[in-house]
Design a protein around this ligand. Structure first.
Ligand code: GDP
Length: 449
């Protein structure tokens, strides 16, 4: 069915040390042989060995010297025969090698087609295929570790366990339906219910990792809040600039909220500078407050900045009140200046200075500690929104089935929802997906992957 040979450049465009041009398909080696030449001897490669030679044009002229690696089916990335050419890393030369392979009979691969073949050939399930993108896009140690766990099949194993329980419930019902006289109906109902309750419990703990999963995927969102001139931007820049590993620094979609992503001890932290409070005039001020409010709502953690060198303003007091119900910490800025502020109540605070750097290390640690509390102690997280949604639907269907069993409904009715729950789980692993959905997923990949 998937016998045709596909080819693509697997390395990113631009100049680099090497470029890799990849072939996959039953006849991959035959295609490669048409344009690969060694200095002497016939070319009959052993699998998983590297061969030095050259890629030649139709007339025999050398296009580039290269290293050829042959991976024999089924022990290859796609599960088919794969041949990789390592050539000089230039867009033009790699493009010429690819053109030559197309001349020799290969077809240009679609985005993600190599990984799609790995999925279709049963090498990996859909969740593992998606983990490949997560590995490529990981921007922190935590995200990379989680993606690797998924790639190694950890999510698949948990889902299989839940499937087993649901199938167990189905088997109980089917046994009862096939041999109605052997079982007391009420006993079957409670047995089914117990089995479903276990599945629901496992689903709950997986769904519960999704909040942490969002932090793994997008970073821990920290909003810097404070009245104008307390030193938000200075601290924001200090936090951003002192970190070597800045990933991006972009102005937010709302014109006046700045965003920066930093990597701290393997965690991705996303800081928001709510410059909106600077706006003057009633209308703009309200607009600014709204945006600040929005940023706070979406944040995992709020840092309320108060100028330590001045007495408390009415705006500070109002912000203290507004942020009281958020996960927040008070930061006293400009701690290099003589202190004049007096905080009301028993609020814990941390003193920092964006001018001398005092307290900034402690502040990073404080943010990281708050992020770890949100992440909890789970070993792995569900990071993919598609997976979270399917798990929630499977949870709901299981719950419905459980209620029906409890209420003593006909078992034929109960299993309808059990089957629905199984189908939702199948959407994650790819056992129960439409072509449209798989196409959509693989279209997110780059060409050559
Ligand atoms: P924002 O309006 O809250 O973003 O505040 P800015 O970061 O623009 O700072 C307002 C003023 O406070 C500027 O003049 C800064 O130089 C000054 N400032 C900010 N941080 C510090 C600090 O740690 N120490 C001192 N002495 N001045 C600071």
């Amino acid at each position: 069915m998937y016998q045709d040979v596909i080819a693509a450049i697997a390395t990113p465009p631009g100049e680099g040390g090497i470029a890799v041009v990849r072939l996959s398909g039953e006849l991959a080696l035959a295609v490669a042989k048409k344009c690969f030449r060694r200095r002497r001897g016939r070319f009959s490669p052993k699998p998983w060995r590297v061969y030095y030679g050259e890629v030649c044009a139709l007339g025999g002229e050398r296009i580039d010297e290269c290293l050829l690696t042959y991976f024999r089916a089924p022990h290859s990335y796609t599960g088919e025969d794969v041949v990789e050419f390592g050539v000089h890393g230039g867009s033009f030369v790699a493009g010429r090698v690819l053109e030559r392979l197309l001349e020799c009979g290969a077809a240009l691969a679609a985005p993600g087609e190599f990984t799609k073949r790995a999925f279709l050939n049963g090498r990996i399930d859909l969740a593992q295929a998606e983990a490949v993108i997560d590995v490529i896009r990981a921007s922190s140690d935590l995200a990379l570790r989680n993606a690797n766990l998924h790639l190694q099949g950890s999510l698949r194993r948990e889902i299989l366990e839940i499937r087993q329980r649901l199938l167990g419930a189905l088997a109980l019902v089917e046994a009862h339906l096939d041999f109605p006289d052997l079982d007391a109906p009420l006993l079957t109902h409670s047995e089914v219910e117990a089995e479903l309750a276990l599945a629901a419990e496992n689903l709950d703990s997986l769904v519960a990792t999704a909040r942490g999963g969002r932090v793994v995927r997008e970073g821990f969102r920290v909003a810097l809040i404070g009245r104008p001139n307390v030193g938000k931007s200075s601290l924001f820049n200090y936090l951003a600039g002192q970190e070597r590993a800045i990933v991006t620094s972009i102005a937010g979609t709302t014109r006046d909220v700045l965003e920066v992503t930093i990597n701290h001890e393997g965690l991705l932290l996303k800081l928001f500078d709510t410059a909106g409070l600077r706006a003057e005039g009633d209308f703009l001020e309200r607009l600014g407050m709204e945006r600040t409010e929005q940023t706070m709502e979406q944040a995992d953690f709020v840092l309320l900045l108060i100028d330590a060198s001045e007495e408390l303003h009415a705006e500070d007091l109002s912000l203290l009140e507004r942020t009281a119900n958020f996960k927040r910490h008070i930061v006293l800025t400009k701690s290099d200046l003589p202190p004049r502020v007096v905080l009301p109540g028993e609020n814990a605070w941390l003193g920092v200075s964006a001018h001398t750097g005092v307290g900034v290390h402690e502040l990073r640690e404080l943010i990281a500690a708050a992020a770890r509390v949100t992440l909890g102690t789970q070993a792995q997280f569900v990071t993919n929104i598609r997976h979270t949604s399917a798990l929630s639907k499977a949870r709901l269907a299981t719950e419905t089935a459980m209620c029906a069993a409890k209420a003593g409904w006909e078992l034929e009715m109960v299993v309808i929802d059990v089957r629905r729950a199984l189908a939702f789980l199948g959407e994650i692993t790819g056992d129960d997906v439409t072509h449209g959905l798989t196409d959509e997923i693989f279209a997110q990949f780059c060409i050559g992957k």
